[in-house]
Structure formats: C-alpha cells, structure tokens
Design a protein around this ligand. Structure first.
Ligand SMILES: O=C(O)CCC(=O)C(=O)O
Ligand SMILES: [Fe+2]
Length: 356
C-alpha cells in the first residue's frame, strides 16, 4: 500500500467490500427480432408488431427496475468489437511517453488521459477518447460557450486505430438509435420522439484500461458516479468489476460480464426527459490485484445546443416537472472541468437542477 499515490485512495465509506454480490436479475434482452430491420417502428413496417411490443415492455421494465440491462443479438458485428479491443490493448501497452503524445488536456478533450478524477478522487485507470461523429462540436469551457470542434488524435504507431475506431462507433451508433426508439416507445412516446435531439449528436467512445492494482481494496477503477448523457452502451471483457447500486436496497452488486453482450444504462438526460420515470443509476468499477481489464463505453450525447428538461408528454397536474431546464453543452463543459484535477468544491450533478 506504501506505493499507492494518496490521490487514488477512496474515503473508507466508498471502498469496495471484500464480499461481492452478483447482480442477479439484471435483464438480458434479445434484440434479434429488430436487428435486421433499421425501420422496425415505422408505420410501413409489416414486421412482427408483437415482437416489438414485447421488447418495449422488457426495456421499460428494465429501465424502471434497474436502470441497467444487457442486450444480445444487437447487430454490432463482433469482429469490429474484437478489432478495436485488440488495438486498444496494443495502445495501452505502449510506453507512457508515446501515449502522452496523444494526451488530452483542458483545451483538447479527445485522446489519452491517465489522471481522470471522479468526485475529486483519482480513478485507477487510463482512458482514450474519440468522437463517434467527425466533425463533432461542443463547448469545452464553461466560460466560453462557443462550441469547439473536437479533434481526434490518433497515435502514429497504430495506423489501423482510426479506421477501426470509426467503424466500431458507426455500428454502435446504429444500436444507440434503435435503443432510443425502444425507450421512447416504452415511455408512451412516438418511436422517433427523441431523435430530434441527436441530429448533431456529440457522442464519444471511451477505451477504459484498468491496470491490475496492488491494493484493490483501497481504490476504484471509476469512482461511484451516474452517467451524464442519455444512454451508455458498454462492451466489457470477461474480467468483471462493474458494480451497480441496486435500486431495491441500495447494495452494490456486480454485473456479470457477458462478452459479446452490451451493458446499457440510462443516463441523467433520460432521467430528466422522463421526469424520473427512469432513473440514472449510480455505478462504479472495482479493480483487482492480478488482472487488467478493458471496457469500451459509447456515451450517447445529444447535440450541444439541446436544452434538457422534462418532456411535455411526461408531465401533468399530478406530475409537475421535477427539473429546471439546462443547456447540455454548458453542463458538459462544466462537468468536464472536474475530470482533470481534484477540485475543492462538489462536482456538478444533475441533482443541482432538481426542483425541490
Ligand atoms: O468499465 C466499466 O465497466 C464502466 C465504466 C464507466 O462507468 C464509465 O466509464 O462511465
Ligand atoms: Fe459510467
């Protein structure tokens, strides 16, 4: 323990427990009935309406009960996932100086970072971020709301990285739009109701590398947090470590990895749009003493200019709006500031927009 930088050490109440409880019951949802059909919700679609209704019900239940679910037969070709995983492993095995050449910083948000902070504690991980869409625009400084073009920086020594990353992002983006439709339907909205917010979406893919750790009981790979965007679609290898705060009793429970499946979770924006019918659930990542781990989240973010507030359809006299409106670009830029260093103030959270 002597060698661990104190910046990584979690306060006692947030350290992982030695006994791990598996999250039995996180639904595994089979998307095979819609994977071959990009227009499965259109009026002209003569596909099996019962299949879609069944899926919508499963997704709605999972979002209400867990805020998390896994999808199989999702249509993302596994070889695209395997390629990006292999290249990600090669990238993280490069010498630190090489990785830092594509380092991200406060001005340039994409690329490599080995000192991410969540809730003012340093995470035991290294990350590499790239945008799903090229070009992508979002403000990066809360004092300058001019959107900035996000420039991806790819390492020269891995020429295949760029194309593999972009191809992977294109495939997961298709899945994200399908899930968005299913979630809209599950909220009683029209299938395309949420699409307007994603025309110029500022989503990005993150490669998370969690090295093995000599004192896994003191640190976390990612400190407890809720994802700020609309949806997260996560691929993980077979090591495990993701824990979710179970809604029924507040216990931290582990999500059993199911390689080839994606773990999907609802983020803060869907919590607000749905006026809390669905909640963005807290999660964290444990590391271990002998195995490194790789995970690849796709953070599905709306366009920077979107004003986020409870949808009209989700509010009425019995359900008044629970959040005040906020601008997504400004929220993102403000939250980002706390990623780089320990701040001595509480980080921005969605609860700060809650109407009490
Ligand atoms: O690595 C994981 O399993 C989850 C990572 C995560 O929660 C995040 O990057 O927001
Ligand atoms: Fe997360």
């Amino acid at each position: 323990m002597g060698e661990i930088d104190p910046a990584f050490i979690q306060p006692i109440e947030h350290r992982p427990k030695p006994i791990i409880t598996e999250a039995e019951g996180i639904p595994i949802i089979d998307l095979s009935s819609i994977t071959s059909n990009d227009h499965f919700c259109n009026k002209t679609d003569h596909g099996n309406i019962n299949d879609t209704a069944n899926l919508v019900a499963q997704i709605g239940n999972a979002c209400e009960k867990w805020g998390f679910f896994q999808v199989i037969n999702h249509g993302v070709p596994l070889e695209k996932l395997e390629k990006i995983e292999l290249t990600a492993r090669k990238f993280f095995a490069l010498p630190q100086e090489e990785k830092r050449k594509v380092g991200r910083d406060e001005a340039n948000p994409m690329g490599y970072n080995d000192s991410e902070h969540t809730r003012n504690v340093k995470d035991w991980k290294q990350v590499f971020d790239f945008t799903a869409k090229d070009p992508s625009f979002i403000p990066v400084d809360p004092d300058d709301l001019q959107p900035k073009e996000l420039i991806n920086c790819w390492p020269q020594s891995l020429p295949e990285f760029r194309e593999e990353g972009q191809e992977y992002a294109r495939e997961v983006e298709k899945l994200a739009f399908k899930l968005l439709k299913l979630i809209a339907l599950s909220l009683g909205l029209t299938a395309d109701r949420l699409n307007c917010y994603f025309k110029e979406h500022a989503s990005f893919v993150r490669l998370n590398y969690y090295p093995s750790c000599p004192s896994p009981q003191l640190v976390l790979g990612v400190t407890r947090h809720k994802d700020a965007g609309a949806l997260t679609i996560l691929a993980q290898d077979d090591v495990g470590g993701l824990q979710v705060r179970r809604k029924s009793d507040g216990e931290w429970v582990s999500v059993t990895p199911n390689p080839g499946a994606f773990t999907v979770n609802v983020g803060d924006i869907i919590q607000v749009w749905s006026n809390e019918k669905y909640e963005s659930v807290e999660h964290r990542v444990m590391v271990n003493s002998d195995k490194e781990r790789l995970s690849i989240p796709f953070f599905f973010y709306p366009a920077h200019y979107v004003m986020v507030k409870p949808l009209e359809e989700m509010i009425d006299d019995q359900n008044p709006p629970k959040y005040t409106e906020y601008n997504w670009g400004l929220y993102f830029a403000t939250k980002r500031k706390s990623n780089f260093k320990k701040l001595h103030v509480e980080n921005l959270q969605i609860s700060h927009f809650k109407i009490v």
